[in-house]
Design a protein around this ligand. Structure first.
Ligand SMILES: [Zn+2]
Length: 262
């Protein structure tokens, strides 16, 4: 698999991409290059975190200039579960509760918003089916990755053809949780104990992206078709929003998106 990491830094905007085909519109958008201020500085694309609406409008204008495919973006009311919705041109504006979107309609873009959780983009370019998932620890325990793959299969994708990319999210270096949660990961997710290490007394560190990779493989994806791009959001909080870096307070959210060109 030919993986290319591209960073578009025009106007200090940063978009990480992994797939070279022009027909696949996708990217993990960084926090730089927007006009929002304070905890939302600067490329916040979420209207639902308390940011000034006109600033978010301006950010959207800017991002659409940079990525012209982003006209019709289906979004979710993300709730840390494993419900995946199929989006079409007609339903794209609904914003249902859930943590995954899939589509078989070129021109419909799928947008996922995060600030430490794992954004996961998937494509099957043979049948032009795309998927985008939000995987925080609750979603990982609920196996949102498996639900997302299944939803793509329903739309005609083939497991062996699906490529997946995980984007900037909190790394094991910074994802310290109570040891009980680390134990729960080990109990409830096969192989997760390999991606958890003991921390200070009563604490553990979880490698979320590694756990999700295992889940994707169990869902039928080829290991060579799974990639990961971008740093730990907390370590690189100057480039990406991180809730942990902001001591748990509300921050802006970065958007990751995927879809096929119309
Ligand atoms: Zn880190």
């Amino acid at each position: 698999m030919d993986i290319r990491t591209e960073s578009s830094t025009e106007s200090s905007l940063e978009i990480l991409r992994v797939w070279p085909e022009a027909a696949i519109c996708h990217g993990f958008i960084g926090r730089a290059g927007g006009v929002s201020t304070g905890a939302f500085a600067s490329m916040n694309l979420s209207y639902w975190v308390g940011d000034d609406e006109s600033a978010v409008d301006a950010n959207w204008e800017r991002i659409r200039r940079e990525a012209p495919g982003l006209n019709l973006v289906a979004r979710l009311n993300q709730v840390h579960g494993n419900v995946v919705h199929a989006a079409t041109r007609d339903t794209a504006a609904l914003r249902p509760a859930g943590d995954g979107l899939v589509t078989a309609e070129p021109g419909v873009m799928l947008g996922i918003f995060t600030a430490d959780c794992v954004p996961l983009l998937m494509v099957d370019s043979r049948c032009k089916v795309a998927g985008a998932l939000h995987a925080g620890w609750r979603g990982v325990i609920a196996d949102i990755a498996d639900a997302g793959v299944r939803a793509m299969l329903k739309l005609g994708a083939r497991g062996s053809d699906i490529r997946a990319a995980m984007g900037p999210s909190i790394g094991q270096c910074c994802f310290e949780v109570d040891a009980e949660l680390g134990d729960r990961f080990g109990r409830e997710i096969a192989g997760a104990e390999n991606h958890t290490r003991i921390g200070r007394p009563g604490k553990a560190f979880i490698d979320l992206r590694a756990v999700v990779r295992d889940q994707l493989e169990r869902a039928g994806l080829a290991p060579a078709n799974i990639t990961s791009v971008g740093p730990c959001t907390r370590c690189a909080s100057d480039r990406f929003f991180s809730r942990r870096a902001a001591a748990g307070t509300t921050t802006g959210l970065q958007m990751s998106f995927v879809g096929f060109a119309a």
